[in-house]
Write a protein that binds this ligand. Sequence first.
Ligand code: UD1
Length: 423
Amino acid sequence: MDKLVIRGGRRISGSITASGSKNTSLPIIAATLLAGNGTFILHQIPDLKDIMTFTQLLNHLGAETTFESNTLKISSRNVENLQAPYELVKKMRASIYVLGPMLARFGHARVSLPGGCAFGPRPIDLHLMAMEKLGATITIETGFIDATVPGGKLKGGHIDFPISSVGATGNALMAAVLAKGKTTISNAAAEPEIVTLCKFLIAMGATIRGTGTTELEIEGTKTLKAIEFHNVFDRIEAGTLLAAAAITGGDITVNGVEPEQMKAVLKKFVHAGCTIETTENSITLKSPEKLIPTDVTAKPYPSFPTDMQAQWIALMTQAEGTSHITDKVYHERFNHIPELNRLGAHIEIHKNQAIVDGPQHLSGTKVMSTDLRASASLVLAGLVAEGTTEVLRVYHLDRGYEKIETKLNSLGADIRREKYNEF
Ligand code: UD1
């Protein structure tokens, strides 16, 4: 296994370009299943474990793919295997994204139930409810979701989500674009990842109204075509890089971004005392002398994202005073806290709220990654900790951050990747 060995105490400063978004890549790769002809050319796809796993899943279904220099080419013409196996689905919950497009194009799909998750229950009931509203019949047996469309063609319907879900909204959209007639989705997720998916589907020939709002209206169409598409930047990677500068007292410019998508996060950096300047496609952060404690509540977009919650907690360990970080999306997403406390942080958890008492002097030790964003928070803490921090099980980080140590080292960090045996 790999670990990151971080020698702390170095300022993260300079200029860097954000990678393509992982969470946008996954639904748009799934959406390629909707086109029976042609080859998709997808640019700015990050070179990540999750992308590899998802591409493998598409290959398993029968799609042909090539990936070179962040460009993914996909032809789903020959897809005929309609079963997504446990071995691939268990590696990544987002595999559920193949359900909607397969049902829409083939009228049948068998997808293994995704397993548990490191930060609490992550049900898929809303995905299934959406497919049923469009006319699918769903049974669950022997660990598989077996979905069939009587008559072979989904029919438009009204889907009203009781809570906002990025994944279920994406799946519903991908199913509805090939359904017969009109579909409306209420309380749809309005995350930038869904906006990009809508733009992608529209470019393929779909008719979608209300993009970027919580009310979507889709007119089903008979066929969709393969397209060339430029993926958007990763707003969570960009936020993590800004936090790396802020926690080490550095100044950073992140290029290739759309600051508009990061308003809630940038507002919190300003509250924490940082100076933020933006252009159309860059964000510059200058650190203050002292960080000001800043409360955040993670909620669906446009609020502060749950995927930045762990990094914000790491940052607040260096602020002068107490801050409260609440997660209203995933109430149990706090695996990073015991590990941050092992580095010397003072953080308590009350229900879905972390109370961070800062500033604390952190000292390097071995810490364990437990999930993607938790790992990012440990790397941030390692950057500011005295001595050497070893972040073990770094494969979690590799699922979502492209060349993270190369990027941080180019900004002044001292991080080495080493192999180790866990037992
Ligand atoms: C996506 C992101 C993830 C991010 C999350 C919230 C990807 C690949 N992952 O995950 O990084 O943290 O959005 O922004 O894009 N829920 C249900 N039933 C369902 C589906 C969801 O109850 O069928 C609940 C979840 O448990 C959670 C909330 O809805 O409490 C939001 O989850 P959701 O937006 O669906 O997250 P994902 O799409 O899985």
